[in-house]
Design a protein around this ligand. Structure first.
Ligand code: FEO
Length: 399
């Protein structure tokens, strides 16, 4: 149901409670998502972004309750990804008088998706568009997270439409941050940052500094997914600055995959060693957990110790997609180590160490390899590894 978020400005999005996977199966969305579209009713009428194509009929029905689509002057498309532009072709069939407003890079991505002969207007950072009583200001935000991404700022309302930035895959009954569980909200905002924006952290830092330097008042941040930041809206900007800095946190993840519990017992011993040294850790059984949640835990940890049994001269295959995605996210400032059990060939530890290095992790201590079930002294070596990793994490020893 549409919601007036400021006088004359309406949320006309869709809440997708059932969504569990995004980008194909690249990203889990265990709390669903929303596709936020906005309608600005002024002397000129503008729509900001649309919704994913399967929801087109519901979306247009909702929009028609507020305005005749033929009266729409501008459809501002901040980003071409189909979760926001999917309903654009159907909207443009009815919004016969509208111009599609895009960033300069959007002149490539939007026509590239739809191949339609629409009227386009390309805008760049600092360009403005008057709607009558209100003026819009455009801010390009390339690689947050596509080249075409831009933000649209409504000067008179101090309202920032930030597209994917500051969003969350989070379906709720409410539209604003002060109406939902703050811990759930932070968890989903963080998961979103980690799995979508981490590779572009340097650009996030730069773009935020550039926007803050403009000293624009910000009364509300309205992203294209999840709830809108109405109460203390800059809190999410501060969080993004913190996440983008990727400072190592004094906590660890022990991630493992095990065939017959030998590596599991080693993992627990590593955890005991970390705890002995006062470092909190999460022990994660890889195949029993969500890959994107694991990566979110890894993002928050300054140290990651990974274990695997050896099978077919390699590590266990359930770790492979985690390493694959971890590499792409280009996380920084982590130390780590490896451990694992074997029966006759024993390659897993060396291979896991190689994967950690490819993920940008500094392998700080030699790995521990145990044959068959670990002997008491091998479990003690795992505890010692945990303590050694903790000491390096705390800066007491060098990596
Ligand atoms: Fe990059 Fe929500 O689309």
């Amino acid at each position: 149901m549409h919601t007036e978020i400021k006088p004359g400005i309406h949320w006309i999005g869709i809440v997708d409670w059932g969504l569990r996977h995004f980008h194909g199966h690249e990203l889990s969305t265990n709390r669903g998502s929303t596709y936020n579209s906005y309608l600005i009713l002024d002397e000129k009428i503008a729509v900001v972004d649309t919704v994913w194509a399967p929801f087109t009929d519901d979306y247009l029905a909702q929009l028609r309750q507020l305005v005749d689509p033929a009266r729409i002057d501008y459809v501002i498309t901040n980003h071409a990804e189909p979760d926001h532009s999917g309903a654009l072709p159907a909207l443009m069939r009815e919004a016969v008088n509208a111009t599609v407003v895009v960033s300069k890079k959007g002149m490539d991505s939007v026509p590239g998706h739809y191949h339609q002969d629409w009227r386009f207007k390309a805008v760049g950072t600092g360009d403005t568009l008057s709607l009558g009583r209100r003026e819009l200001l455009f801010l390009e935000a390339p690689m947050l997270h596509w080249p075409d991404t831009m933000f649209t700022y409504v000067k008179n309302d101090a309202l920032l439409f930030s597209n994917d930035a500051f969003g969350q895959h989070y379906a709720t009954a409410f539209r604003f941050n002060d109406q939902v569980d703050p811990l759930e909200l932070e968890q989903e905002a963080l998961k979103y940052y980690v799995n979508i924006l981490t590779p572009y952290s340097a650009m996030v830092t730069k773009k935020i500094a550039e926007i803050l330097a403009l000293k624009l008042p910000v009364d509300m941040i309205a992203p294209s997914h999840g709830v809108l930041w109405r109460q203390n809206p800059l809190q999410i900007v501060t969080k993004y600055q913190e996440w983008a800095a990727q400072q190592p946190q004094p906590q660890a993840v022990v991630l493992y995959e095990s065939m017959w519990h030998a590596t599991r017992r080693m993992a627990e011993a590593v955890g005991d060693g970390l705890a002995d040294a006062g470092v909190p850790y999460k022990l994660i059984y890889a195949s029993a957990n969500d890959r994107n949640d694991i990566l979110t835990d890894i993002f928050q940890a300054g140290a990651v110790v990974v274990g695997s049994s050896t099978v077919n001269n390699g590590f266990l295959p359930s770790l492979a997609p985690i390493f694959s995605e971890w590499k792409g996210l280009r996380m920084k400032n982590k130390i780590g180590a490896a451990f694992g059990s074997y029966g006759w060939s024993g390659e897993s530890v060396k291979l896991v160490e190689a994967q950690l290095k490819e993920c940008g992790v500094t392998v700080a201590h030699p790995g521990i390899l145990a044959k068959w079930q670990p002997k008491p002294e091998e479990l003690e070596a795992c505890r010692a590894l945990g303590r050694a990793v903790a000491a390096t994490l705390k800066g007491e020893t060098k990596a």
